[in-house]
Design a protein around this ligand. Structure first.
Ligand code: BEZ
Length: 210
């Protein structure tokens, strides 16, 4: 049975570049991004891992920790991290799981045999501070991910957890949002005192709260 949104993220203990990690303990009550890449010493992965290191401040602002994974060895991860630092100008500042026995990859369904029998695809799991899986992305090996888009989805998740709103197409932090349909106009008057623009009775735009 594959992992679905709303499930508790499966716990595991595995070796990493920052020592043995028990996932649930490591999260420390924060949000987490768990992401896999197909292989060490490959070009697309090299760009992705450098970019993730550069976004450390953005992750911290969102009370979030990041952890990477491939089925390569700890020694490979350590050697490769020198190349990542050299090419991106940024030291790896988050742990990389060395999932040689594929324990975590199997637990999280990161190996898609019809794409590749042994390597992990580019999976992303966003997990909230209650350890619930909130978003799952799966990219093929040949397509590098857009981590700015991943930050955008975290902004949407954290905003919509706190207010009775949803975020419309192409929404970016600061843009207008949509009042959720379960809120009546009566209730909305109290929750959104600045008002709203009703394009339809069920499509009510309001300023981003908070
Ligand atoms: C890459 O990261 O460049 C890559 C990895 C596996 C297959 C193709 C590309």
């Amino acid at each position: 049975m594959s992992i679905q949104l709303g499930d508790i993220a499966p716990d595991f203990t595995q070796e990493s570049t920052q020592g043995t990690i028990n996932f649930h303990e490591w999260m420390e009550g924060k949000w987490a991004i768990l992401f896999s890449h197909p292989k060490d010493f490959t070009p697309v992965c090299t760009t992705e891992l450098g970019e993730v290191a550069k976004l450390k401040n953005e992750f911290e602002k969102r009370n979030l920790k990041v952890i990477g994974l491939s089925v390569d060895s700890l020694e490979d991860h350590k050697n490769w991290s020198k190349d990542i630092e050299e090419t991106s100008g940024q030291k790896l500042n988050y742990p990389m799981l060395a999932d040689v026995d594929r324990k975590v990859a199997t637990l999280y369904g990161m190996i898609h045999p019809n794409a590749d029998n042994t390597l992990t695809v580019r999976s992303v799991f966003i997990i909230d501070n209650n350890k619930k899986v909130r978003l799952i992305l799966t990219y093929p090996a040949s397509t590098g991910r857009n981590f700015r888009e991943i930050l955008r989805t975290i902004d949407s998740l954290q905003l919509t957890d706190n207010y009775k709103v949803a975020t419309p197409v192409n929404w970016e932090h600061g843009d207008d949002v949509i009042i959720v349909p379960s809120i009546s106009d009566e209730q909305a008057k109290e929750m959104f005192p600045k008002g709203w623009d009703a394009k339809k009775p069920y499509l009510r735009y309001t300023k981003q709260p908070g």
